[in-house]
Write a protein that binds this ligand. Structure first.
Ligand SMILES: O=C(O)CCC(=O)C(=O)O
Ligand SMILES: [Fe+2]
Length: 582
């Protein structure tokens, strides 16, 4: 899975082109005023789409109203550590550009990496990026634009207070780099519709604010039970059909035959456990060729996961892959997306008990469900799962029961209860999706799982359209074969013809005037030409084709996960996160 990794000479080339382009746009002779650098097409369209996929799958409510964010630390904390992989080459490249551009003889550290999106109403006045005591360590800023002004959102132009360029029109792939001090006071106009997505990074000379050190620590803790060699030693074997396909592709890739050594130019690493590690890799190769490795690897992880997870979780033991790699929810309040003119009031009130639930009923819903709804997907969950036992039943009210859709036994119930407790439950409860009144015959572990698959589908579909690539359709058969065993209904990760139990529509806030509300939300979080095209794509959604993307999503996540586990020892050894060539 090659990520674009421009060389130094490419950067100069890009800088040269960018100077030309911006001479046209701004009537400038020199782009470099005030140490600013604008690089159009720094990121490829596909890279931007991939980051957008990560953000739209995992974002939580940000640090201020109308803003959503996805930090690397959040990804690790929510069992999505593998999703930091798409960032790694970009971080390397950007750090290098910033070091080159500002002639840093010292090495810079990444202070922060995050995806940030601004929705309708978001704005920021004149400021410099180190203007608070707790931001003093920020020396350089880089903002990469992941989507387009005028297509994906309106408003949101970037201005420097003085000097040139005065105004930047965000366009997909462009990065702007500037010093974080008062030389570069800037602002962003209010976003008036749609969702403006960026990758924001800050760099520091202060090693105490090195984000890598914190992230590596967090990763090490997250993977404390996941030691590769330890798992290999366990050598658990099981039936292999599940991993046959992965195995073929991976045994081809793994033939790097030799010493474990980083090819990153700044780091010549000799791992402390170099010898035993390369022995381990050799044994991986051997085992891979006898179809054992992935099974043992997986079994190991799953066994440990099972111990770590609540033993009476009835959904735990169905599909190894699905259970191990699925997102886990952060605190439920981080998903409540409130949006109207009263959001400030909402913020103040949300500290009071119960008022949060009331506010949500008026103004918001969980961002995962909103995103699904805006793409035409509705969530259905078992009603018992939506009723937290710890919650006082007197505080819950159920009403507004509507007709049962004739094509299935999904039931339409309007739910209204304490947002906080129920919210968490909702985010961790298995669900089925319905698209245009058609139930999709698959049980997702949670809203976050469903959202990630749907966003993956949206991402890959748009690639397919733009490149006209032939995405294999055969995997829908594979997935049927894979789950052909006799399994009880409503098992996580299973394809089900008909759910055994009645499921309820779980959109609690939007049910009253569902379609009207969705229209408004679409304008807020998803508008413009691309999403129009996306809705058109989704309108042609064939549910079997969609199901085939579930397998592709698993393969994608699994590949990233392998890369993460492969890279982590290098990162630990060097205290630095960088792209490890395998
Ligand atoms: O998104 C942008 O264009 C800049 C955002 C910004 O100024 C900031 O987050 O400090
Ligand atoms: Fe800023």
């Amino acid at each position: 899975r090659p990520l674009p990794l421009p060389t130094r000479s490419t950067f100069f080339h890009i800088a040269h082109i960018s100077a030309q382009i911006h001479t046209i746009s701004f009537g400038l002779q020199d782009l470099m005023t005030g140490g600013r650098l604008v690089l159009p097409n720094f990121l490829s369209l596909d890279t931007c789409k991939e980051l957008e996929f990560v953000h739209k799958s995992c974002s939580v409510v940000g640090y201020k109203p109308h803003v959503l964010s996805t930090t690397l630390s959040h990804l690790i904390a929510t069992n999505c550590a593998e999703l930091i992989i798409p960032f790694i080459s970009i971080r390397d490249s950007l750090r290098e550009v910033v070091e080159d551009h500002f002639g840093c003889e010292f090495e810079l550290f990444v202070e922060f990496t995050g995806l940030i999106s601004w929705t309708q109403g978001a704005t920021i006045g004149w400021h410099s990026d180190s203007n608070q005591p707790y931001l003093r360590q920020r020396h350089y800023s880089a903002v990469c634009y992941l989507n387009n002004y005028g297509e994906d959102f309106e408003g949101g132009l970037f201005h420097f207070q003085q000097g040139e360029p005065h105004t930047l029109v965000p366009s997909v792939g462009t990065v702007v780099i500037y010093t974080a001090d008062e030389q570069n006071i800037h602002c962003v106009d209010e976003v008036t519709s749609g969702e403006r997505c960026t990758l924001a990074m800050w760099f520091t000379r202060d090693h105490l604010h090195n984000e890598d050190a914190r992230l590596i620590k967090q990763l090490s803790e997250a993977f404390i039970y996941c030691d590769l060699l330890h798992l290999l030693e366990k050598g658990v074997s099981s039936e292999s059909r599940y991993f046959d396909k992965k195995l073929q592709s991976s045994s081809q890739q793994q033939d790097n035959g030799g010493a474990m050594r980083s090819t990153h130019e700044n780091y010549e690493i000799k791992l402390p456990a170099n010898e035993s590690y390369s022995k381990g890799i050799n044994s991986i190769k051997k085992k891979a060729s006898s179809n054992e490795w992935y099974n043992s690897f997986y079994k190991g992880v799953v066994d440990i996961e099972a111990v770590r997870c609540n033993a009476d979780d009835k959904y735990m033991n169905s599909s190894a892959l699905v259970n191990t790699l699925l997102p886990k929810a952060a605190s439920s309040t981080m998903y409540w997306f409130v949006h109207d003119d009263q959001s400030q009031v909402a913020e103040n009130e949300s500290s009071c008990k119960n008022s949060l639930a009331e506010l949500l009923e008026r103004n918001g819903d969980n961002i995962c469900e909103l995103r699904l709804a805006c793409l035409g997907f509705e969530c259905f969950q078992e009603i018992e799962c939506l009723m937290p036992t710890s919650c006082d039943p007197a505080k819950m009210s159920f009403g507004g029961r509507a007709e049962v859709p004739s094509s299935s036994n999904l039931q339409d119930v309007t739910l209204s209860f304490n947002g906080q407790i129920a919210g968490r439950s909702k985010l961790e409860t298995p669900l089925m999706l319905q698209f245009k009144e058609e139930p999709i015959p698959y049980v997702f572990k949670s809203c976050l799982h469903a959202l990630s698959v749907v966003q993956y589908f949206v991402w890959r579909k748009s690639i397919k359209l733009s490149l006209d690539a032939d995405v294999s359709k055969s995997s829908s058969m594979t997935i049927f074969e894979r789950h052909s065993d006799e399994q009880p209904n409503f098992q996580l990760g299973e394809l089900v013809a008909q759910p055994a139990k009645k499921l309820c529509r779980s959109s609690m806030v939007l049910s009253e005037s569902y379609q009207e509300n969705i229209k408004t939300w679409r304008k807020i979080i998803n508008s413009g030409r691309i999403s129009h095209q996306q809705s058109a794509d989704l309108a042609f959604l064939d549910k079997l084709e969609f199901v085939s993307f579930i397998q592709q999503w698993e393969d994608y996540i699994f590949d990233l996960w392998k890369m993460l586990l492969y890279s982590l020892p290098y990162w630990k050894a060097s205290s630095c996160i960088f792209h490890v060539k395998s």
